[in-house]
Design a protein around this ligand. Structure first.
Ligand code: AHG
Ligand code: MN
Ligand code: MN
Length: 335
């Protein structure tokens, strides 16, 4: 990219399409539809404090979590802008208990977390949207649950938007990670980061309040991340509480984000389909990795829409050390 050259996300997606001779343009249009939906969400996020769309929606989602008005707005925006296009046969959302049937002619499956980091909405802290795109597996008709229960290694594309000091869309279709920054004056996402690769780690990111509930292996690992012990890294700690924002910092500055399981909640908090797998796909494309501590996240075939997995995601060596310490301290005990 020449200095000063402006590449919009539409131009970038079209250029990627030309790499796939058989492409019909439907996939390109789907990516464009998602980018458009996130521009609408960005507008609402940026003026959330002005309307009456902050605060609770007085609903509870399938996770038993109180739903914020902005969660509802983001969810409805993505559904409304993708359901009628005929490109998607089925959708799944954090905010919907069951799959969302779309169009019988749709070739693709869209899975998303409409607003990630909801606990931060009212305090002007960065939040995000996460999306995952698969090819349908069912042969015809409106898509079904089986179309959504695919492993991350089969993702066609994944990405997120982080609504922060600027709004950035980061995505990959399997040929590297690209970042686009929204120029609100023209309403375009402009290419700002090309072929992103995770640099040497600077940060680790975890909620230390859960320390007492972690297994011995995870406690040893976090102690190591903090600099204790043989070969410990020299890292600084940052924890925002929005996975997208924590992941985005580690993608650009290097590091590891972890949301481990707990003794009484071994699966942890984060969801496989619309948090761990799409971000794990991006991590892998950027030279990193995503693991549950026991297995690679992209290899897991989901058994339910909202299933949770422990997450260790980021720098390959830091993730490998987590797996080694968990094997050493946790598996040894149970075997
Ligand atoms: P969501 O707002 O979509 O439910 O996701 C919130 C998740 C994730 O974004 C973040 O990393 C994690 O919850 C923070 O959890 P804690 O507040 O328990 O640390
Ligand atoms: Mn989330
Ligand atoms: Mn969410």
């Amino acid at each position: 990219m020449q200095r000063g050259e402006l590449v919009t996300i539409e131009q970038h997606i079209l250029a990627l399409q030309s790499l796939h001779p058989g492409a019909t343009g439907e996939f390109t249009s789907l990516l464009y539809d998602i980018a458009l939906a996130t521009k609408v969400i960005a507008r609402e996020v940026n003026r959330a404090g002005l309307g009456n769309i902050l605060g609770w929606a007085g609903l509870e989602n399938i996770q038993g979590e109180a739903v914020r008005k902005l969660d509802v707005l983001a969810n409805e925006t993505i559904i409304r802008m993708n359901e009628p296009t005929g490109r998607v046969c089925v959708m799944a959302s954090e905010e919907a208990e069951e799959v969302i049937p779309a169009h019988p002619r749709g070739k693709y499956v869209l899975i998303f977390d409409p607003l990630d980091g909801s606990s931060n909405i009212d305090y002007n802290v960065s939040i995000g949207t996460i999306f995952a795109i698969y090819r349908r597996k069912s042969l015809s008709g409106v898509g079904i649950l089986a179309d959504c229960l695919q492993p991350g290694k089969d993702l066609l594309a994944a990405g997120y938007v982080v609504y922060g000091s600027s709004t950035m869309l980061v995505y990959s279709t399997g040929s590297g990670v690209f970042g686009f920054t929204l120029d609100p004056s023209v309403g375009e996402f402009l290419l700002s980061h090309s072929q992103v690769q995770m640099p040497a780690p600077q940060y680790y990111s975890v909620n230390h309040a859960n320390l007492r509930r972690w297994t011995r292996g995870v406690q040893e690992y976090v102690r190591w991340l903090r600099g204790d012990g043989e070969g410990a890294p020299k890292l600084s700690e940052r924890y925002i509480g929005s996975m997208v924002a924590d992941f985005h910092r580690n993608l650009l500055a290097g590091g590891v984000f972890l949301y481990p399981g707990e003794v009484n909640k071994p699966q942890g908090k984060l969801r496989l389909l619309y948090e761990a797998a799409p971000l794990g796909f991006l991590a892998q494309q950027a030279g990193g990795r995503a693991s549950t501590g026991l297995q690679d996240i992209l290899s897991i075939t989901p058994t339910s829409l909202h299933q949770r997995v422990p997450v260790f995601i980021g720098d390959r060596e830091l993730v490998a050390t987590a797996e080694a310490m968990i094997r050493q301290h946790d598996l040894a005990r149970t075997s």
